[in-house]
Structure formats: structure tokens, C-alpha cells
Design a protein around this ligand. Structure first.
Ligand code: AHR
Length: 491
């Protein structure tokens, strides 16, 4: 098979907002306890953070981390995670039916984020709580006044505000599984009033309203329209969440998951613009795809996990090569839509549907999905240029005319490099790739490929699936079911 990628550097999609490479840490399973935090671990720093995990997080170059949930946030009292650790309450955590010790809260997490060179995207509880607790939390985190919550932070040892600039107005409030879920109108109203109070407390913050929990929600679109009508002028972004999977083992269809993601993004962007028009507003609402990943491997095993444990091993998907190829193409889609998607969070970061796995008390290793994320996050910085790719197509599942090659191109700010990310979706054919890019030539190339599409990494075999450096002197051939990065240098 042959394909030709044409890149015209005058044809720009948009500058990439670096927050498109965000991730997510929820108080869920072993993400926090046994993941980022384990005081008894041999690599723990003086605050109890695992430095082996921290090093792996830093290699991913994650500019923003959503916290503390997820479903967890809808029953959370943020005050529980502040001040003297010996006085913090243990709680029944209803979202994941676990026990929350509150050993880690915003006091600790803001320090972890600093050490990880990341900003926080903080979610407020709009399930069991509301506008009052949300504005108090903004004051606790960002307040500079001589008032109760800013003083409470100072008394807890933090003179300087945490300076958290990005906030989520609740989480998946349309989902019946959510603690105190809401109708679109109920949510739109509370989101609007909460947004006003939060921005009055700190006008420099940006706010994300909840969109639908996934593209197949029965109220998808009606939810977005109603919510936007209620709070348009008070928010900055609307969220999208979606997880992909291959439960029926139809790999040809699974490799085309990014087509559904692309449609979802375009639909939500169109609704934002429809409400903009309806309101005759000058403001554009952009998108925060703040939960995306592959999630299906752990569904059955999670049903066996007993309730009311501290840090139970929930949502511990083990990812294989095909998952990594799909994840690489989802990233390509986020980049190709970076004119509207300004924030995206790979959900999640450690142990829970995550690129980084740990043994509590033991080793840490990178899952297959770690690598496309790491390379895209490191090299996909700059501006996305429109590419066209001449290639064959195939049919799978309900989809027709799926292009074999999925691709995007990013030009660096100094224009010295164009980095092409490309996935070959064919299960059995390699693809000889030709470039039509004036004044640039391939100089560096990395691929994630292999014969065994179900191969995984484990603590004992952490390098079973790792990227290979390829030669650029020869023809560029993309292996079947592979993810690829090709850097072209200005000649
Ligand atoms: O990321 C896991 C869960 O998925 C989150 O808690 C929730 O928001 C979503 O349904």
C-alpha cells in the first residue's frame, strides 16, 4: 500500500494550547494512595510522594492535571483534605464505594503538582454541595484578602496562594451514576450561579461547564444546548468526555475510534456556535475534552472487588499494542481539532486507566499507551498545519470509507521542524509513505509497532512494547497497525 501526505505550511489549523496534553488524578482506586503518594515507599520524598512515579510523570510533560475527580468530586468535602492530617476524617466515598482517608487533599496535591511541573485543573462539588462551598474553595486556593478562607490556608502553612487558574463546574452531572445528578436546566442554573460567585471571588480564573458524560447519552445535544443557554456568558469552556474500547475484539473497527471522536468534537463545537448566534454573543466557547482514553479491559474484574476498602485496585486496565495505536490516533484527532479543543485530559495518569502503573510498595512501569502520549506531548508543540493524505480506505463495523492512514502535522514555533504523527490502521499491509512538503526532509523517526497486537508491558517485562528508532535514509514504511512519528527538518 502507498500513501502520500501533503503539508502546506500556509494552511494553518491553529496554534496548539499546551493544555491539550493534560491528564487527570482522581481519588479513585490506587491513583493517589499507592500511586502518586506512598510515604513508606523506598523512593518517597519528604512529603510521601513517590519519586519513581514523579519522574515518569515529568517525562510525559503534562502541563495540567485535573483533580480531585471525576465522580469522586460530587460527594467530596474539600475541607476534609486540608490542615492537620491527624484530624482529618475517614469517609465513606459513595462514588466508588471505597474508604477515603483524606491523607491527601489540596494542601498536598498543589505541592505534588508543583513538583511535577504541572498546573491544577480543580473541580468543585456540584453534587452534594453548591455555590457557597465552591466560592470558599476558590478563596482558600487563590485568596489574597484578610478573610476567613484565605486565612485558613495561611494557618495551614501556605502563605502564598496556590494560584489555580482553571476550574471545572462539577463532573458529569447528566449521568444517573453521579451523586446528585441533575436535569440540564437544574445543572445550567447551578453552574451559572456558581460561576458568578467563583469569578467574583477571583476574576482571573477560567471555568469549564459540564457537557454530556459521553456521546451516547440520551440527552446529548439537548444537554449542551440547555446548559449553554443558562450559563453562556459566565463560562469559558464546555467539557467532553468519552472512553473507547474493543470489547467485541473487532480491531479493524476499534482502530477507527478517532472518527467517532472527531464527530463528537465537531458536533459540540457546532452547538457552541449555534448558541453564540442565538445569543448574538461575541464570545466563543471552546472545548475541554477533559476525560478521554481507552477503558474496557477492567470492567469484569472490577465487579469482584469488595467494597469499602482503602485504595482498592479499581479500573486497572492493562493496555496492549492496539490500544496504544488507537490512543495515538485519538491524539492526532485532538490536534487536528486544536482550533476548538484547548484543553484535554488523558484520564487518568497513574494506576487508574493509566499510562503509568505501580505495585504498592514495589515497582513502577510504563504501559504501551505511555509512549504515543509522551512523544506527542514532547514533539507536538507549535501549530497544527492542515494535511491531506491520499490513501486507500476500508469498511469495518458500521463505518464505511475509513482511511488507512490517520495523520497530522505540527510545525515548531521557529519553523525549523515539521513533525508528522501517523497511524497505519491496516491490520496486514505496510504502507510506503511519501511526503509532499516543500523545503523539509525527514531526519528522525520513531515507531510503535510489532507483530503481536495484544502484547502488553508488565512489571516483569516492562519493555515488551517500546518505541523503536527507525532509519530515515530509506523509504518510509509504516508497519501494519502501527503508530509513527516522523520529524522533517528544514533544508
Ligand atoms: O475516569 C473514571 C470516571 O469516568 C470518572 O470518575 C468519571 O467522571 C467518568 O465517568
Amino acid at each position: 500500500m502507498n500513501a502520500k501526505i501533503t503539508v502546506d505550511k500556509q494552511n494553518i489549523i491553529s496554534k496548539i494550547d499546551k493544555r491539550i496534553y493534560g491528564s487527570f488524578i482522581e481519588h479513585l482506586g490506587r491513583a493517589v494512595y499507592g500511586g502518586i503518594y506512598e510515604p513508606s515507599h523506598k523512593t518517597a520524598d519528604e512529603m510521601g510522594f513517590r519519586t519513581d512515579v514523579m519522574d515518569m510523570v515529568k517525562s510525559l510533560n503534562v502541563p495540567v492535571v485535573r483533580y480531585p475527580g471525576g465522580n469522586f468530586v460530587s460527594g467530596y468535602n474539600w475541607e476534609d483534605g486540608t490542615g492537620d492530617k491527624s484530624k482529618r476524617p475517614k469517609r465513606m466515598e459513595l462514588a466508588w464505594q471505597s474508604v477515603e482517608t483524606n491523607e491527601v487533599g489540596i494542601d498536598e496535591f498543589q505541592e505534588w503538582a508543583k513538583r511535577a511541573d504541572s498546573e491544577i485543573m480543580m473541580a468543585v462539588n456540584l453534587g452534594t454541595r453548591g455555590p457557597d462551598e465552591a466560592r470558599n474553595l476558590v478563596e482558600y486556593c487563590n485568596g489574597e484578602t484578610d478573610t476567613y478562607y484565605a486565612q485558613m490556608r495561611r494557618k495551614n502553612g501556605f502563605e502564598k496562594p496556590f494560584g489555580i487558574k482553571l476550574w471545572c463546574l462539577g463532573n458529569e452531572m447528566d449521568g444517573p451514576w453521579q451523586i446528585c445528578s441533575k436535569t440540564p436546566y437544574e445543572y445550567g442554573r447551578i453552574a451559572c450561579e456558581t460561576a458568578k460567585l467563583m469569578k467574583w471571588t477571583d476574576p482571573s480564573i477560567e471555568l469549564v461547564a459540564c457537557g454530556s458524560a459521553h456521546i451516547n447519552m440520551p440527552t446529548f445535544m439537548e444537554w449542551e444546548r440547555t446548559v449553554l443557554r443558562e450559563c453562556y456568558e459566565h463560562i469559558d469552556y464546555i467539557s467532553l468526555h468519552n472512553y473507547y474500547g474493543n470489547p467485541d475484539n473487532d480491531t479493524a473497527a476499534y482502530l477507527a475510534s478517532s472518527i467517532e471522536m472527531d464527530k463528537f468534537i465537531k458536533q459540540v463545537a457546532a452547538i457552541c456556535d449555534e448558541i453564540k448566534l442565538e445569543k448574538n454573543s461575541d464570545k466563543t466557547i471552546n472545548l475541554s475534552f477533559d476525560e478521554w482514553n481507552i477503558w474496557f479491559h477492567s470492567n469484569e474484574q472490577d465487579k469482584q472487588i469488595p467494597k469499602w476498602q482503602i485504595a482498592p485496585p479499581l479500573l486497572e486496565d492493562i493496555y496492549n499494542l492496539e490500544d496504544a495505536v488507537v490512543l495515538g490516533s485519538l491524539l492526532i484527532t485532538l490536534l487536528n481539532n486544536c482550533d476548538r479543543v484547548k484543553i484535554a485530559c488523558l484520564a487518568q495518569l497513574v494506576n487508574v486507566i493509566a499510562p503509568i502503573m505501580t505495585e504498592t510498595g514495589g515497582r513502577a512501569w510504563a504501559q504501551t499507551i505511555y509512549y504515543p502520549f509522551m512523544y506527542t506531548s514532547r514533539h507536538g508543540r507549535g501549530t497544527v498545519i492542515k494535511t491531506t493524505c491520499d490513501c486507500g480506505t476500508y469498511d469495518a463495523g458500521k463505518m464505511r470509507d475509513i482511511p488507512y492512514i490517520d495523520s497530522t502535522a505540527v510545525i515548531s514555533d521557529d519553523e525549523s521542524e515539521i513533525t508528522v504523527f501517523a497511524v497505519n490502521r491496516s491490520l496486514d499491509s505496510e504502507c510506503e509513505l511519501d511526503f509532499n512538503v516543500d523545503g523539509y526532509a525527514p531526519c528522525q523517526r520513531v515507531a510503535l509497532e510489532g507483530d503481536d497486537i495484544k502484547a502488553v508491558n508488565t512489571a516483569d517485562a516492562p519493555e515488551n512494547v517500546i518505541p523503536v528508532v527507525k532509519d530515515t535514509a530509506d523509504k518510509i514504511t509504516l508497519a501494519p497497525h502501527s503508530w509513527n512519528m516522523i520529524i522533517l527538518k528544514k533544508q
